[in-house]
Write a protein that binds this ligand. Structure first.
Ligand code: S3P
Length: 434
């Protein structure tokens, strides 16, 4: 689907409740599928990625009922497989575009004596999986993979030993997969990372009766332990909110309020960077939502933004927001440099190459190396034809650029937004009309 964007002729005003957090939704569905008993989940994101996780746990024997679809998301009742473990599904499980689904499932399945084949779409089938299969194999799981270790991947689990791992790159998906496997291994499994990645797993598992010990950059679980059902409410997704924040910052006169947003510090790096750039942001913390800090973000158009340097150690806390921050940087004075962002080449697309290409095509100025992105701001953008490459975050970043670029910006393969924020275009239109 092609999406046409023209420069905004009115400010973005008003308030929208962005949908539930994708990472927290995946975990809530998976952990309740692993648990003994019946869990009630609310505010679950209804998007293609989370639907892939929901279909996967059903194929593995959990029972899942959508009881209500509210403005805040899905209300779901999940009866887990508990001590019986997952059943062997009739065929392969399709993880679609979702890296979180396939990597977390590998950790879940590693502990059970089943053989399950996990597949994905073209993008997912290119993404690196050895970062998960290699440490899980050390614990005793066996994998059959396509060449280069990518999907389709056959998992044969069971009989795990605990492990101790130092991850070379901060990755919540790898950390979570190993902790979930550790739940089934006898003894303590520890995962340490070089910089803090999102910690939703560490926050949510104790609510399911699985104690997690945290020590600086390390998290440990002692198995075997059977998760018990829990009720989870999912806060609004900071990563989805980021695109509306960026749009409001760039369109003159805008004043937007986003309630109920996850303010988890391991996710809020983009707010810290935008503040450093001079953005007019007001963050009002509210009560925690199921152990997750949450609150309201108000953002107003900011005429003068300044470039900044985003250091490698900040990157895990804003890994999914770099495309949006790069667009904001085109409007800032001076240069914005993102260091240590090589991981972006391994996402749903090569986001580093794509963002530099798009900004230059829009007549901005961007340059990349293996793991840096530099944007020189202050050059007015001109609309052009861009390809979202099936990547939801590129599609939304390009739409924000189109609101300020002269003329028309046409975004090909825009349907990718369904992966994380199906209502994005509608919410943007609501704010522009308000
Ligand atoms: C996610 C972790 C991050 C992030 C992804 C979701 C998660 O990936 O980019 O969108 O839910 O754990 P990495 O763990 O590969 O950094």
């Amino acid at each position: 689907m092609r999406y046409h964007v023209r420069p905004a002729t009115s400010p973005l005003c008003g308030s929208v409740r962005v949908p539930g957090d994708k990472s927290i939704s995946h975990r809530a569905v998976l952990f309740s599928a692993m648990a003994d008993g019946t869990s009630r989940l609310s505010g679950v994101l209804d998007s293609a990625d989370v639907r892939a996780t929901m279909a996967a746990v059903e194929a593995l024997g959990a029972s899942l009922e959508i009881v209500e679809e509210t403005a805040e998301g899905l209300e779901i009742v999940v009866r887990g497989w508990g001590a019986d473990g997952p059943i062997e599904p009739l065929g392969p499980i399709d993880c679609a575009n979702s890296g979180t689904t396939i990597r977390l499932l590998m950790g879940v399945l590693a502990g059970w004596p089943v053989h399950v084949v996990l597949t994905g779409d073209e993008s997912l089938s290119r993404r690196p999986m050895r970062r998960v299969t290699a440490p899980l194999a050390e614990m005793g799981a066996r994998f059959e993979t396509a060449e280069d270790g990518v999907a389709p991947i056959g998992v044969r689990g069971g009989g795990l030993l605990p492990g101790s791992f130092d991850l070379p790159v901060g990755s919540a998906q790898v950390k979570t997969a190993l902790l979930l496997a550790g739940i089934r291994a006898t003894g303590r499994t520890t995962v340490c990372e070089p910089a803090p990645s999102r910690d939703h797993t560490e926050r949510m598992l104790p609510g399911f009766g699985v104690p997690i010990v945290r020590d600086g950059l390390c998290a440990s679980v002692t198995g075997p332990v059977l998760p018990h059902a829990a009720d989870v409410s999912v806060p609004a997704d900071a990563s989805s909110a980021a695109f509306l924040v960026g749009a409001a910052l760039l369109v003159p006169g805008s004043d937007v309020t986003l309630p109920g947003i996850s303010l988890n510090p391991t996710r809020a790096g983009f707010l810290r960077v935008l503040s450093r750039m001079g953005a007019d942001l007001q963050v009002t913390p509210g009560p925690d939502v199921c152990g997750e800090p949450a609150g309201q973000v108000r953002v107003r158009y900011t005429e003068r933004l300044e470039g900044t340097t985003v250091k490698a150690e900040e990157v895990p806390s804003l890994i999914d927001e770099v495309p949006l921050l790069a667009i904001v940087a085109t409007a800032a004075s001076g240069t914005t440099r993102f260091e240590g962002v090589g991981e972006l080449r391994l996402k749903e697309s090569d986001r580093l190459g794509a963002m530099a290409g798009a900004i230059n095509a829009l007549k901005g100025a961007a340059a990349v190396t293996d793991d840096t992105l530099t944007v020189t701001g202050g050059r007015p953008l001109t609309g052009t034809a861009l390809d979202a490459l099936g990547d939801h975050r590129l599609a939304m970043a390009y739409a924000v650029a189109g609101l300020t670029a002269a003329g028309e910006t046409v975004i090909d393969r825009f349907e990718a937004v369904d992966v994380s924020y199906p209502g994005f275009a509608g919410d943007l239109a609501t704010l522009l009309r308000a």
